[in-house]
Design a protein around this ligand. Structure first.
Ligand code: CP
Ligand code: NVA
Length: 307
């Protein structure tokens, strides 16, 4: 039987996400009630980081521990990955000694090659192209605060990066609309991420137009990891793509603000917005833990319908 991986958002169906979100609620409630849930006792997660992380490492490591298993951290600096060992060879070896692998790396192609040579499920913990675990946590957070996301409008303000690409896929899978506004020269490329149907997104030149009537406003850093050399040029190009009070006031009065973090106050978002009453960034960060516990359980044990 083919191994199930989570390499991009569209690897799962809406039905699978609905199961995961339902299961997340149960897992979160057990955790908050201090009840042990150890379905992954004796299972080992290997986490490979080729880029920095706070939330992703912490949520996967703590999550695996809370499910009764063990997590092992590898990075490029201390492993043979940084010395040119082929990713295919690394996948063969790592997947013979573990039950599950999470990778944060550069090009999506790297994680695809790893998965093609892995005996165990592989999870994308962020690539240049996608960040599916984050969007799963964001959708979970939206539902907790406002209910069903189907039919709603999410505004994306900023870079056409891994977060934006994943929102574009999620809009199609979960049936909501994405309003996108990026600076000239940084436009989305939907065809490169397999989006052919244009009915779930709309492009706006002015970020205020993208926010108008939105139920959720989302932004991210102007310069993602791996693109630091472009920092100065981007700082100028993105100056008008800062989510501020007037932009939030264009959105629905109940609109939420999200940012995957880490954030730069005064660049992509003002302190007034990220620290204001519409912001749910801490819930978003916490929900990484709960959704990924449901994800790891699902990849290793399949659906658990009862309890
Ligand atoms: N949002 C997120 O993935 O954070 P880290 O880079 O800290 O893992
Ligand atoms: N787009 C950002 C997200 C960080 C969690 C980056 O890739 O650096």
């Amino acid at each position: 039987m083919a191994i199930k991986h989570f390499l991009q958002f569209r690897d799962f169906t809406r039905d699978e996400f609905e199961y995961l979100l339902w299961r997340t609620r149960w897992i979160k409630n057990e955790f908050k009630s201090y009840r042990k849930h150890w379905p992954l006792c004796d299972r080992t997660l290997v986490m490979i980081f080729e880029k920095a992380s706070t939330r992703t490492r912490l949520s996967f490591e703590a999550g695996m521990h809370q499910l009764g298993g063990t997590a092992i951290y590898l990075n490029t600096r201390d492993s043979q990955l940084g010395r040119g060992e082929p990713v295919e060879d690394a996948a063969q070896v790592i997947s013979r000694m573990s039950d599950l692998v999470m990778i944060r790396t550069f090009e999506q192609e790297i994680i695809e090659r790893f998965a093609a040579n892995s005996r165990v499920p592989v999870i994308n913990g962020l690539t240049n192209e996608y960040h599916p675990c984050q969007i799963l946590a964001d959708i979970c957070t939206y539902i907790e605060h406002r209910g069903c996301i189907q039919g709603k409008t999410v505004a994306w303000v900023g870079d056409a990066n891994n977060m934006c690409n994943t929102w574009l896929q999620a809009a199609e899978v979960m049936d909501f609309k994405l309003n996108v506004s990026t600076p000239p020269g940084y436009e989305i490329k939907p065809e490169l991420i397999g989006i052919v149907d244009r009915s779930h997104f709309e492009v706006f030149a002015d970020p205020r137009d993208a926010c108008r009537g939105a139920d959720l406003v989302n932004t991210d850093v102007w310069t993602s990891m791996g693109f630091e050399a472009e920092n100065e040029v981007r700082r100028e190009a993105f100056a008008s793509w800062c989510v501020d009070g007037p932009m939030m006031r264009e959105a629905h009065r109940d609109a939420l603000f999200m940012h995957c973090l880490p954030a730069h106050r005064g660049e992509e978002v003002t302190a007034e917005v990220i620290d204001g009453p519409q912001s749910v960034v801490w819930d978003e960060a916490e929900n990484r833990l709960h959704v990924q516990k449901a994800l790891m359980e699902y990849l290793l044990l399949g659906r658990i319908e009862t309890k």
